[in-house]
Design a protein around this ligand. Sequence first.
Ligand SMILES: [Zn+2]
Length: 337
Amino acid sequence: MVSFLSFAVLAYTFFIPCLADGLPYYVHPTCVHNDSGVQEAIEEAVLMAQRSVARLDTKDPDIRKVFWYTFGADISRRTSNIPMRKVRKIMKGIGDMKGVETMQDSVVRIICDHDKRWKPPPEDMKLQKDKLGNDLPDWSQDSLKPSDERALIDAEQLKDGTLDTEPWRLNFGHKRVCHERGSIAMYTLTYHGSIPKFGKGRADVTICSPFDRAPVTTLRKLMTIPDFDIVRDTTLVGSRDSPPTAMAPTALMSFMLLHELTHLVDFDREDVPEPDPYGWQHIIHMSLESRLLNADNYAFLGLLALLGDYRVKLDGDQRRAKGGYLVNTDYDFGFRP
Ligand SMILES: [Zn+2]
C-alpha cells in the first residue's frame, strides 16, 4: 500500500512563509469533498504521534508493553534510553505538524488526485534560472525528453504560475504510482533540496482512489459504529490491501497516514524488507535496528497509544498479543478523546 520514492528538485524555494513549530501540511482541494474523511484522518495521525510521546513520557504499564512489542526494548530500563529517545523524537516531530491554509505555506501536501497531476512537460519549455539562480531542468537534454515521460511535471503548478517561486515538483521515472499499482492506498513522494526554515524537503502524500473515499477513516469514527466492537471483531493482523470499507484499525486512513508521515525526509523512516515491512505479525519479529528504521513500527505504536484513550490495549497473554488480539482495559490515561 505504500512505497517510498525519492526524487531531486533542482530549484530551491524563494518564497519563505512564516513557520511556527513543526512541519506545515496542506490538505489539497482534491481531498475535500462532502463525504471526505481525509482532514479528520490527518488530524488523527498527528494525534496518534502526540499520544505516543505523552505516554512514553509517563511510561504507563500498557505503553511499556506496546513499546516492547513494537521496538523490542523495555523502557523501564535505562539501557532502553537510546531507542526510546530516537522513537520519541520522530513522534514528537510528527505530533508537532500543523495544518495550513495554502499550498505555498506548506511543506507536506496531502493530495487525492489519483496521480492525475503528472503530465509531460510542454514541448516549448526552455532552460531557465529561478530567482535564486538555480538552473531549472533543461528539457532539451536526452534524459529529459518530454516525449518519453521520464520526467513528469505537476500540471497544476504549471497552470497556477508558481514555477518561479516554488520548488519544481518533478517526478522522475516513477510516473503515476496510483495507476500502475492497483492495490496501493497511498504513497509518499519526496522532493529533495534544502528549503530554508522548512525542514529538509517538500513532499506529497498521495491518497489513491478508492481509498480517498473510505467511509471510515479514523479510530474515532470506527469506535462509534453501532454493533461494532473492536475487541471482539478485529485484531491487529489483517490485510493491508483491504478494501476501503474494511472495519479494521489497520485499514484506517489515519493509521496509514501516520506510516506515510514517518517517510518524510525530516523523519526518514523506510520500509525495511525483513522479510516484510508491513503488518503486526512481521514488525514484532524484526531486529532492533530494523524496527527503529521501519515505518510500520511507528504506525503501530501510534495506533496502540491512541487505542489506550478508548480503553483498549494489547492482550496480556503473550501469544495472543503476538496474534494482535486486543482487550479492554480500565486503565485511566487521563485523556478522553
Ligand atoms: Zn511505507
